[in-house]
Design a protein around this ligand. Structure first.
Ligand code: 6V0
Length: 333
């Protein structure tokens, strides 16, 4: 190609806009599902992949690069060295140690904290202005760890939290009501995992509260039935893992939707893990991270919705917060 004029300002570089860079740390099942969804949704100009296993990492990068003819133009780079993440707008951490059979959760947590000590300070140094999005489990405690180790303000440290649990919840309700899951407003809050809280009091479809009409219908929707539905949301993760060995597609879409809200300044509300002290009676001195509906934009967490919870829901949330905070305190950070 030849330039159409000698005018220096007409050269392509003179009009270059600021590019968006996303880094994914951990190129395993989850990291790669996230990277490929971000790629197909055209959310980044550059994606940097980092993993500790060089051959697998290069293989994954090449495999995605070979799809270039079918995708929006995105530069893909990879390295085992975190320096490749330099200048990221968003850094997504999915690196994690796998649970050894018989290993306690606490021991696994301590191994993951050791991993985060290697990853997070380096990420913060290379991209001091980045948003940090934690996906590795246990996600709420590790989001707290990332906040502590990065020195970033809490508004720029987010855990993927119950964004996925809420999607599973909406899917189950949508199937039951025979409507599109996108029209079901329903939140799971609290811990991502066993003690998550289903906020039944605010479930709605087309602005109509669902719980009342369900309870008025012929079917029985007593406390036990509702707990059964919440339990199946929690168990659905275990079911996928027992069937295919890991989860990937839904977490890929879930995290890409967070990336879109953050990078495109969408101000959408997502239930994600945020610094929750002082909300719903959580002690102001407990720096616990758990999921609450948060407004996300280019600055990170722009605000947290003060949901109306029933006393029972608030109690469950505080119980969840207490357990998580006990875990955080054991780390001595
Ligand atoms: P995986 O396939 O074992 O991938 C983990 C990757 O991390 C591997 O490729 C490792 O080589 C890599 N890794 C290990 N140490 C380092 C290091 N120091 N630097 C860079 N990379 C490293 O696991 P998978 O992808 O299935 O899961 C990743 C994490 O996501 C786990 O902690 C899961 O529990 C968690 N998930 C969280 C979900 C959520 O909703 N928050 C959902 C699904 C999985």
């Amino acid at each position: 190609f030849r330039p159409v004029s000698d005018d220096a300002t007409a050269t392509p570089t003179a009009h270059r806009r600021r590019l968006t860079k996303v880094s994914v740390i951990g190129a395993g099942n989850v990291g790669m599902a996230i990277a490929q969804t971000i790629l197909t949704r055209d959310l980044a100009d550059e994606i940097a992949l980092v993993d500790a296993v060089p051959d697998k990492l290069r293989g994954e990068m090449l495999d995605l690069q070979h799809a270039a003819a079918f995708l929006p133009r995105t530069r893909l780079v990879s390295d085992t060295d975190l320096a490749v993440t330099r200048g990221s707008d968003l850094a997504i951490v999915t690196a994690g140690a796998r649970q050894i059979p018989g290993e306690t959760r606490l021991n696994l947590l301590q191994r993951n904290v050791a991993l985060f000590r290697k990853i997070v300070p380096a990420l913060a140094e290379h991209s001091p202005e980045a948003l940090l999005l934690v996906v590795s489990n246990p996600v709420d405690v590790l989001t707290y760890v990332a906040w502590k180790l990065s020195g970033f303000p809490a508004s720029r440290v987010i855990g993927s939290g119950t964004n996925l649990d809420s999607s599973r919840f909406r899917f189950l309700l949508a199937e039951h009501l025979d409507v599109n899951a996108q029209d079901v407003q329903a939140y799971m809050v609290g811990e991502h995992g066993d003690s998550s809280v289903a906020v039944w009091s605010s479930v709605s479809v087309a602005g109509m509260p669902v719980l009342k009409s369900l309870q008025a219908s012929h079917r029985c929707f007593d406390e036990e039935a509702l707990e059964g539905i919440r339990r199946s949301v929690v168990d659905s993760a275990y079911e996928v893992i027992s069937l295919k060995g890991y989860t990937s597609w839904a977490i890929g879409y879930s995290v890409a939707s967070l990336a879109a809200s953050l990078l495109r300044d969408q101000r959408r509300i997502h239930p994600v893990s945020v610094l929750a002290r002082g909300f719903h009676g959580i002690a102001p001195e407990n720096d616990v991270f758990l999921s609450l509906p948060a407004r996300l934009g280019r600055g990170g967490v722009l605000g947290v919705a003060e949901m109306e919870l029933t006393e029972e829901e608030a109690k469950k949330l505080r119980r969840s917060a207490k357990t998580l905070w006990e875990n955080c305190q054991q780390l001595g950070l």
